[in-house]
Design a protein around this ligand. Structure first.
Ligand SMILES: [Zn+2]
Length: 343
């Protein structure tokens, strides 16, 4: 292409571009014009730039100068038009009627059980615990074997446990995560394990086939029952404001000795009321010193290390706090109810 033709083409592109940009009367039309004129792919300015290549070497400076002028002219016109049209949009916005009632918006919120779990997590974090999690579908070894359940223990019965078709179980407690943690990390270990567990229970006022559990585990050198009691007393004080707790001997396959912990009823102060079934105490968790066989099964030297563990149901705490009569309410996901205690 010779220089004269190129300049003529540049004039034409510039004139048509000005027309296109000027005649756009709203931001969308302007954007369409911009793509046609200044677009990177098929814009006319782009084509003009490409045509520069066919110009003889001695004419290139003059052609290039004309090209730059045309492009700058169109670019600044576009910027000017854009500012004008966008400004128009803002003026329209200022005319909105802000006295109109807002559309009602539905806000998500945390489930009552989640709130309790988070509160427990916060307390134990301050005490140096970290959060651990693990799979809900487990092998029988992690769920029972490693935890010192004898093979004929009633919990292994198919009436109590949900077995999976291709082997394994849905975990019946969060304790398998204790075993996994012990296998993975060297003591000192301090973990809190929240998660869902599954039992083959009917869905009635006080049972559910799936519910949340939270366990804690502490393993180190020289850990004794004193550590267990002082930590759990501190916890009870923080979460229930409980002034008194008591430990009753109990039995679990995975701890020895084992104890249930009760807190003094905060409603009647220990004199007996319907909330505590007249006893003055509310049972909140099971605990004990980790059985040496559990430590050994996970590869921990039980001569050197000792530990304690506890487990509880945050759902039960949520129920007693909110005075909910039926556990199913927590798991029905009926928003009308959940809204009342959501935060
Ligand atoms: Zn009471």
């Amino acid at each position: 292409m010779n220089l004269q033709d190129y300049i003529a083409q540049a004039d034409e592109v510039e004139r048509a571009g000005i027309d296109a940009l000027q005649s756009a009367t709203d931001p969308d039309a302007l954007e369409a014009a911009r793509i046609a004129v200044l677009g990177d792919r098929n814009g006319r300015v782009k084509a003009l730039q490409e045509a520069l290549r066919s110009i003889a070497k001695e004419d290139k400076p003059a052609a290039g100068k004309r090209f730059n002028e045309a492009r700058q002219r169109l670019e600044s016109l576009h910027a000017e038009r854009k500012a004008t049209l966008d400004g128009g949009r803002k003026v329209a916005g200022a005319n909105e009627d802000r006295s109109l009632p807002a559309r009602e918006q539905w806000h998500g919120a945390k489930h009552p059980v989640t709130l309790v779990i988070e509160e427990i997590e916060d307390i134990f974090r301050e005490l140096g615990f970290t959060i651990a999690q693990g799979p809900e579908a487990e092998t029988e070894w992690y769920n029972f074997g490693a935890l010192n359940f004898p093979p004929n223990h009633p919990a292994l019965d198919a009436h109590d446990t949900l077995y999976l078709e291709k082997g394994g179980v849905l975990r019946t407690h969060t304790s398998p995560v204790q075993v996994r943690t012990l296998q993975k990390y060297e003591p000192p270990i301090r973990v809190l394990i929240p998660g869902n567990v599954y039992r083959r229970d009917f869905f009635d006022a006080s049972h559910a086939p799936m519910f949340a559990q939270i366990e804690g585990l502490c393993v180190d050198e020289g850990i004794s029952f004193v550590d267990l009691k002082s930590t759990l007393n501190r916890f009870a004080e923080r979460i229930f404001g409980a002034s008194r707790t008591r430990f009753r001997p109990s039995f679990f396959p995975f701890t020895e000795p084992s104890a249930e912990m009760d807190v003094q009823c905060g409603i009647c102060g220990g004199s007996g009321c319907p909330a505590c079934k007249g006893t003055g105490w509310i049972e909140i968790l099971g605990s004990g010193m980790v059985h040496p066989k559990v430590l050994e099964a996970a590869g921990i030297d039980s001569e050197r290390y000792t530990g304690w563990a506890f487990g509880m149901g945050p759902g039960r705490i949520a129920i007693s706090r909110s005075g909910i009569p039926d556990i199913r309410i927590l798991y029905d996901s009926d928003v009308r109810f959940l809204e009342q205690i959501a935060e």
